[in-house]
Design a protein around this ligand. Structure first.
Ligand code: AKB
Length: 315
């Protein structure tokens, strides 16, 4: 059944594709895109758009009331690398926007909330291979601390006030429609842009830094499937582990070279290496598979082919 949906942070890497996808499911007019500034292209032309600051509780409520919004997807956030540079701004945006949305649900003004968490909730003391759903969580980054605090608040609002909030811990996301910004996993998108431009790439992580990653199409499908699942099946109300593949910069470079043999990569690790070192190499997502039927479709080879084709560089 069609719902009226508001996306906060619709112009970002996930928000753009999520908006277009939800518009194809629920109808263009039922999905209100919003962001702090205007976006471009299909996002702006295909349906309603509001300039909206997710930290402004009154402004968010006004848009909810004006459009009779039933569900909110809160995609506005400062990511890991930017958050290390601007800790106050990151904490303010990541937490205030979450409270604004959870409180609207608590007050019965919206029915359902999606809020993204991240593999950044894990830290250097977490088991790094096949990291379980429930394990040691001692994040060492500003972003990870905000995501872990957010998870606990989501679980609290569900338990205390019955708020229907749903969440996944996204790995690094790979997409060609919109570039990411300010993340540690962004190299896995930048590398394709350089390969397609016929230029060498200087990677800001070491060649053997293994991180969990996912193609955007899988991430969007997971998000929409979780939001469509029966409430009783959503047993985890903090956030679900979600996985599809893990690779190192060297491995993705080799995969790209199968299509573009002349492509070269050099390595110059910067401050983001410390962040990557604190995150797991792979994730156990069995609970998501069992509870609401999660199953990924894109591995490294399928992702590489889709990225090169999307960016117009396949041979
Ligand atoms: C980042 O690198 O900060 C994000 C994330 C893993 O949440 N892509």
């Amino acid at each position: 059944m069609s719902k009226t949906i508001l996306i906060l942070g619709a112009c970002g890497q996930i928000g753009t594709e999520l908006t277009l996808n939800l518009r194809s499911v629920h109808g263009n007019d039922r999905v209100i895109a919003s962001d702090i500034r205007e976006g471009s292209g299909e996002l702006m032309s295909s349906g309603p758009f509001e300039i909206l600051d997710a930290t402004n509780a009154q402004a968010v409520e006004d848009v909810v009331v004006h459009h009779n919004v039933e569900e909110i997807y809160l995609m506005a956030a400062l990511l890991s690398a930017t958050a290390e540079k601007f800790p106050d701004r990151a904490w303010n945006l990541n937490m205030t926007s979450l409270f604004n949305v959870l409180d609207l649900a608590k007050e019965g003004k919206i029915d359902k909330v999606f809020w993204p968490s991240s593999i950044a909730v894990f830290g250097p003391n977490t088991p790094s291979e096949q990291t379980p759903q429930a394990t040691i969580m001692e994040p060492s980054t500003v972003y990870g601390i905000s995501k872990l605090a957010g998870e606990r608040w989501c679980a609290y609002y569900h338990r205390k006030f019955g708020v229907d909030v749903r969440s996944v811990r996204y790995p690094g996301l790979i997409s060609w429609k919109t570039q990411p910004g300010g993340g540690t996993t962004d190299y896995a998108v930048e590398i394709f842009h350089k390969a397609v431009a016929g230029e060498p790439y200087e990677c800001f992580l070491k060649e053997d830094s293994r991180l969990p990653m996912m193609y955007m199409e899988d991430a969007i499908r997971a998000t929409i499937n979780l939001m469509q699942a029966d409430a009783d099946d959503v047993k985890v109300r903090s956030s679900y582990n979600l996985a599809s593949m893990s690779f190192t910069p060297e491995e993705i470079a080799r995969e790209i070279q199968k299509h573009k043999p002349e492509f070269t990569v050099s390595y110059a690790p910067d401050f983001r290496q410390d962040i990557a070192d604190s995150w797991p190499g792979s994730i156990d997502d069995n609970q998501a598979r069992t509870d609401w039927g999660w199953e990924p479709e894109f591995d490294l080879s399928a992702t590489t082919a889709a990225m090169l084709e999307g960016l117009g560089g396949s041979q």
